[in-house]
Ligand binder design. Sequence first.
Ligand code: NAD
Length: 716
Amino acid sequence: MFQGKAISLTRLASGIVELIIDLKDESVNKFNLLTVSELSKALDILEQTSDIKGLLVTSGKDVFVVGADISEFGAAFAAGPEGVINHLATNNRNYNRLEDLPFPSVVAVNGYALGGGFELCLACDYRVASSKAKVGLPETKLGIIPGWGGTVRLPRLAGLETAVEWIASGKENSAADALTARVVDGVVEPEVLRDAALATLQLAIDGKFDYKARRQQKTSPLQLNFIESMMAFETSKAFVGAQAGRNYPAPVAAIKAMQKAADKSRDEALQIEAEAFAKMAQTPIAPALVGIFLNDQLLAKKAKSWEKKSDKKIERAAVLGAGIMGGGIAYQSASRGVPLRMKDVARKGLDVGLAEANKLLTKRVERKKMTPSEMGDVLNRIEPMLSYDGFDDTDIVVEAVVENPEVKRKVLAEVEQAVNADTVLTSNTSTISISWLAEALQRPENFCGMHFFNPVPVMPLVEVIRGEKTSDRAIARTVAYANAMGKKPIVVKDCPGFLVNRVLFPYFAGFSLLVRDGMDYQRIDKVMETWGWPMGPAYLLDVVGLDTAVHAEKVMAKGFPDRMQRDYQSAIEALYEAERLGQKNGKGFYDYQTDKKGKPEKVASDVAVKQVQGVVQGDANDISDEDIIARLMVPMATELMRCLEEGIVESPAEADMALVYGIGFPPFRGGVLRWIDTIGLATFADMAKKFESLGALYTPPASFADQLTNNKKFYG
Ligand code: NAD
C-alpha cells in the first residue's frame, strides 16, 4: 500500500494493515523529519481506504523506536518558541490522526520505545510488549519535557502517580514494570509478540475489547477532583523540585504542564504541553544537556571503533599495587566479569585492596543490587598475590603502585619480564610522563597510560594516554578493557597533568590567587557550588588530598612555568605544611567528622581559616560573584583551549566530556567549551581581558583569537 524509506504499509489477509517502521541505512529507528513526513503520508492512505479493519504497528529492527532524532534538535530549538511549537504540531497531528482512525490499533513493542517512540505507542489503542522491551520518556534528562503527547496521554492512561514518576525521572522501565503500571496491556515472549499483538487486535475488531472507551479516556480531562488534584500536583512539584535542584527545571515544568492541562481535552492539553516544551527549549540548559547527550554518543562511537581494532578481547587482567586505586580497579574489573590478579609487595597492601573491594561490594548487597552469592563470585575473580606467578597469561596490566617515579619504572620493568611479548602494560600514574616511564621498558610500544579517577566505581572517565612510542594496538586493547569495565575512555596525548589535571590545576591556581588576594575560601566554595560545581574548589582540594595537590602543582609548574610557576605561598601549601592533608587525615580547608552513615562530613574550621590568613596579601573581599567565577573559570578554559590547540585532546566534545566524567563539571552547562559558546566568545574574551594582569593563565591561546575574529564557536 505504501513503501517509504522509514515507513511501509502492508495489507494482511484479515483486513488488517501492518505499519512497519524500519528506517533505511540506520541501525535503529528514530523519529526524524523524514519519518514524520512519511507517517503523515501513510495516515492519508489509512484514512482514505475504506475497508481496513484494524492497524498493527511494528518495527523492522531490534528496537522499536529510540525517540526523536536528537541531532535535529539544534535546528528546531533555534527556530524560536513559535518554530518549536510548529515543529511539534506536525507530529502531534500525526499521532492524533492515528488515535482517531475509524478502526482499532495495536502496537507490538519489541525493544526500546523511548521518548517520541513511546509517545507513538501511547497514541495506539493497545500496547503489547515483548518481555525484552524497555519503555520510557527520558526527555527531562535532556532539559525538555515530552512534546508529542507524553504528558497528556500517560497520566490519562496510567494515572498521575505513574506519569509523574516516569516523566520526572526520565527512567527506562522494563516491560514487567510497564505492565504493573498499566502502561502496556500485555507482555509476552519475543517469539510470540507479533501473534499476540494480532490476536489482541482481532479481539478489538470483534468488539470484545472496547477500544473506543480507551480513546475516550485518553482524549478527556484527567479524572481527579479538585482537592485530589491540588494535593497530588503540589506534593509532587515540591518533591521533584527538591530532588532535581534549581539547575534542572524540566521535571517540574513537566508536572506544571500536566497540572495546567488536567481539566482540559486532549487537543487543548497538547497545546499546553507544546508551549511548556518551547519554554524549556529556549533555556540554555536544554541545548547544553542535548549537547552532552550527543557528545556522549560520539565518545561511545570512538570507543567502539578503538575496541574493534583491538587484537584481543580482554579475558584476564592484572593490577599492580593494591591500594585505594588498585582495590577500586580490581572491584570494577571483577564486577564487570573480567577476572584479574592483584599484586602487591606487602600482605598489608593486599588486605587494603581486598577491604576496598569488599566494602564496595557489601554496599551493593545492602542496597539489594547484588546477592551475597554474586558478591562471592566477584571476589573469586580477584586473585590476590605477592609474586608474578602466572602473569604470562595476562592480556593487560594496570600499574597502580605508589606515585614514585623510580618505583614505577622498576615495577614496570619487572612485570615486563613476567608477561608475554604482546601483553599491554599501562600505568595509572596521575603526574608522571608516560613517555618517560616507557624508557624503562624493552617494548615501549606496548605501553600507555590508563588513568582512573577516584573513587573508581563512581567516576566514569578513564584517560587513555598515548606516549611517544605507544602503538595503536596498545591503545585499542586499553580502550577495550575500559569499555569492558563499563567506563568512558577518552584517548589523550601525554603531557604534564594529561588532560584533566592539566586543566584542573590552573583552576586551583585561580583559586589560590583569589585567596592570596584576600577572598574568603568558604565564600568561593559557595559561589562555585551555586554556579553548579558539585563541590567548591577548597572542598574538592580536601577530597583530592592537599599532599597530592602540592605534588601535582609542582609537576605542573615544571611543565608550564610561564603560567603555573608561583612567586607566593599558596593556601594549599600552607595547610599542607601544617599537616592538614584534607579528608584523608580529617583536616584540610575544613574539618571532617564521620557521619551516621560512616561518610566524612565537612564542618568549618577556625584553625584552617587562621592558617590561611597567614598567606593573604590583600583585602579583596568585595569581589562580585561574577568575578569570582571568572577568576577561576578563565584559567581552566584557556588551558582547555590550549589542550585542544596542541592536539592533547581531539575534539571539543571529548574535552568537555572529560571534565564532566572526570571531575563532575556541571552537565547543565554542557561543558566548559559549550559554556563559552553559550555566553558568547566576545563575552569570554572580555572576562579574560579584565584579569589579564594576573598572568598568562588569563590569556587565551592564539587559536581563540582566530575564533573570535571569525566568530567561530567550538560547536559548529
Ligand atoms: P596507595 O598508597 O593507596 O596504594 C599504593 C599501593 O602500591 C600500596 O598498597 C603499596 O603497598 C603498593 N606498592 C608499592 N610498591 C609496590 C610494588 N613494587 N609492587 C606492587 N605494589 C606496590 O595509592 P593510590 O592512591 O591507590 O595510588 C596509586 C596510583 O594511582 C598512584 O600512581 C596515584 O598517583 C594514582 N592515582 C591516584 C588517585 C587517587 O585519588 N588516590 C587517582 C588517580 C590516580
